[in-house]
Design a protein around this ligand. Structure first.
Ligand SMILES: [Zn+2]
Ligand SMILES: [Zn+2]
Length: 670
């Protein structure tokens, strides 16, 4: 590539700095740099590696010359456009965006690591698609042929064959020398999808996820760059894969919150997929049985085209869902009711018929609370302002936020009575109860505690798939896209756990969780049944889940969002501080509030923004850090970003300790 010799360059330094820096190119290096080149520059009293991000037209006589240059470019113009969009949209320093999304290849030929172990399962590809699938595929093929950005929301009920659509459209793309990215919430929880892709596209797949070693990541990255992998499967960061000729991006289970990164660059991979699709002129398919309110809203705004698979494959019925009200009149000191009569009978019947059951309880451990009956004392974590979870098997009290644990005391720390009582239920307690009730049944448990060891998750899923397990109890990990044809019963032990979260998205997330876990039932020849136990049987969320009525839920939930002025009607900007010193954290967030107030009084456009807080976060202290936040509601991105731009003129205020983290479109407000 020939380019006019430039004298000055803009360099992004991978530090938390919002600005880029001007440097001079010595004559002997002029032809050695291009956009995306890595350069060694003097920076304050250090020498740092940075990236060339621009070629300013005007001169900067005082700019220092760069020291060294590596001619290879680490990103294309298209990729840089994407990185710049991320930097602007999420108010993230460009140098950090580059550092987080472009792995720095140390050597040109990374050592070949052990190959990714694709799970070995059984899969026979259906010989033909059904009528619904054919219709959807035809529309997607038509869009692919246009070779321009076409975004779709594929709403397919559980078991409707979305994966076959992904496989088919990607086959079309590959025939046209195009490539594809498939994003899944979590690689380890999607063995079936991986296996299907591996069966249909042997040796054409690269897998990218956070569990890779640096060497593995480099190896996969190089393979993709060299055009040796045409399909990239991976978790959220795979959206940055350096594929050329991108034809299709699939975001499977697009509603899943794991697509949002909660640290460093707080991006949402679903948003990035849409922006990358636009830049690369690709087809983007957001797929889900329970689309996010945001995506469904984007359909009504004509930003996404709606496609629907309203039926299960082979005309299999959706499972029948029964709601069982739990007894609210019990005092908390009575032992909790774990299984209602109907659920107990259903479990018995399932075991008798040699079929399989899944039980969901979104809470791990034996019990969530230890309480002194005499004085009301509840042991809390010394580093976090939260109660400790009881684990009876290991005789520990564990903090779920910092992992610190202690042995369970025999006597109360406050009144010294031996009157400590476990309150409530967790998966470990359900497992213990099941062993008592069904001593001959083969029972397994799947949650973050039981799957910590390497390969334990793989083993657990394989045993269940091979029908070596009768009942699988677990947390929301269970609800992800698993496909076990012999599962005919799904029981939700307590559906209210996620509903009680102090978050405006709690009903949406509960509806999604219930619909997803219910969808694990009756996927094979035999019809399925779902039993949901709840203290709030009249909550609208359960009514719609029971009737498999996503659109009904969507409409009702949307009216509440509008009334309360929450997304998708407005955009949220959250400013967060985490610091070990309470006073410092509080002072900083208060001075941020003052700065925002001042800007509002000077700029009538920004005055329309609604400011909530500053206030302690619902979890006011975690891992020894005090947490404060300030939430801004804006009618548009443009106005919120106008405020950010104004604030970031005083960059040091944000980057100096206690640092202020900016979260645009936050998903987690706890
Ligand atoms: Zn006590
Ligand atoms: Zn803790």
């Amino acid at each position: 590539m020939t380019r006019l010799p430039d004298t000055w360059i803009d360099v992004a330094i991978p530090l938390p700095l919002y600005q880029t820096f001007h440097y001079k190119l010595p004559p002997d290096l002029i032809n050695h740099v291009t956009l995306g080149s890595r350069v060694l520059v003097p920076f304050k009293n250090r020498k740092l590696l940075g990236f060339v991000v621009g070629f300013p037209k005007e001169g900067f006589p005082k700019a220092k010359p760069i020291l060294e240059a590596c001619p290879e470019s680490f990103f294309s113009k298209e990729k840089f456009d994407l990185l710049q969009w991320i930097s602007n949209h999420y108010a993230a320093p460009i140098g950090e965006v580059i550092k987080a999304t472009v792995p720095l290849l140390k050597s040109k030929n990374p050592k070949k690591p052990k190959p990714f172990l694709f799970p070995k399962l059984s899969y026979t590809r259906p010989t033909a698609l059904n009528e619904d699938q054919k219709k959807v595929l035809a529309l997607l093929v038509q869009a692919l042929n246009k070779k321009e950005f076409s975004p779709f929301l594929l709403h397919g009920v559980t078991g409707s064959g979305k994966t076959e659509i992904y496989l088919s459209i990607i086959e079309h793309a590959i025939q046209k020398q195009k490539t594809a990215i498939v994003l899944v919430p979590e690689i380890s929880l999607t063995p079936q999808l991986l296996f299907r892709f591996q069966t249909v596209f042997p040796n054409q797949i690269a897998v990218l996820h956070s569990g890779l070693s640096q060497n593995q990541r480099h190896y996969e990255w190089t393979k993709i760059q060299a055009g040796k992998a045409l399909i990239v499967l991976g978790a959220r960061s795979a959206i940055f894969a350096p594929l050329q000729n991108l034809g299709v991006i699939v975001v499977d289970e697009e509603h899943d919150t794991s697509f949002k990164q909660e640290e460093k660059i707080r991006y949402h991979a679903r948003n990035i997929a849409l922006v990358r699709g636009q830049i690369d002129g690709a087809l983007v398919i957001l797929g889900s049985a329970t689309p996010s309110l945001e995506s469904m809203f984007n359909v009504t705004q004509k930003k996404l085209t709606y496609l629907s698979l309203p039926n299960r494959v082979q005309n299999r019925p959706l499972p029948k869902i029964e709601l069982i009200p739990l007894n609210q009149n019990k005092t908390i000191l009575e032992p909790p009711q774990i299984f209602s009569k109907p659920l107990l009978n259903a479990l018995q019947e399932t075991l008798h018929k040699k079929e399989q059951a899944i039980l969901l309880l979104n809470r791990r451990g034996y019990a969530p609370v230890l309480l002194c009956q005499s004085c009301g004392y509840v042991p809390k974590c010394p580093h976090c302002n939260v109660g400790l979870t009881v684990y009876l098997k290991t005789n520990r009290l564990l903090c779920h936020y910092c992992n610190q644990s202690q042995s369970i005391p025999k006597t109360c720390k406050d009144c010294e009575h031996e009157t400590l009582l476990t309150l409530g239920i967790g998966t470990e307690r359900v497992e213990a109860e099941l062993h008592t009730l069904f001593p001959d049944a083969r029972i397994d448990r799947m949650d973050r505690s039981s799957t910590r060891k390497k390969n334990s998750l793989h083993r657990l899923l394989k045993d269940f798939s091979d029908q070596k397990t009768d009942i699988l109890i677990g947390t929301q990990m269970l609800a992800k896209g698993h496909d076990f044809p012999n599962v005919t019963l799904v029981g939700v032990v307590l559906a209210d756990t996620s509903l009680n979260f102090p978050d405006f998205r709690a009903p949406e997330q509960t509806f999604q969780l219930l619909t997803q876990v219910a969808g694990r039932s009756g996927r094979g020849q035999k019809p399925g049944r779902v039993i949901i136990q709840t203290f709030h049987p009249d909550h609208y969320c359960f009514k719609y889940a029971q009737n498999h009525d996503f659109l009904g839920f969507y409409k009702e939930e949307l009216t509440y969002r509008q009334m309360a002025n929450y997304p998708p009607y407005i955009k949220l900007f959250n400013f967060k501080i985490r610091h070990p010193n309470l006073l410092k954290a509080k002072t900083k967030i208060e001075s941020l509030a003052k700065k925002i107030q001042k800007i509002r009084s000077q700029d009538p456009q920004i005055a329309v923004l609604e400011v909530l807080g500053p206030a302690p976060a619902p979890f006011s202290k975690l891992q020894g850090q005090y947490r404060f936040h300030l939430l801004v509601k804006s009618p548009s991105y443009a106005l919120g970003q106008r405020l950010l731009k104004n604030l970031l003129q005083e960059e040091a205020f944000f980057t100096s300790s206690p640092k202020i983290h900016i979260d645009v479109d936050p998903l987690n407000l706890l």
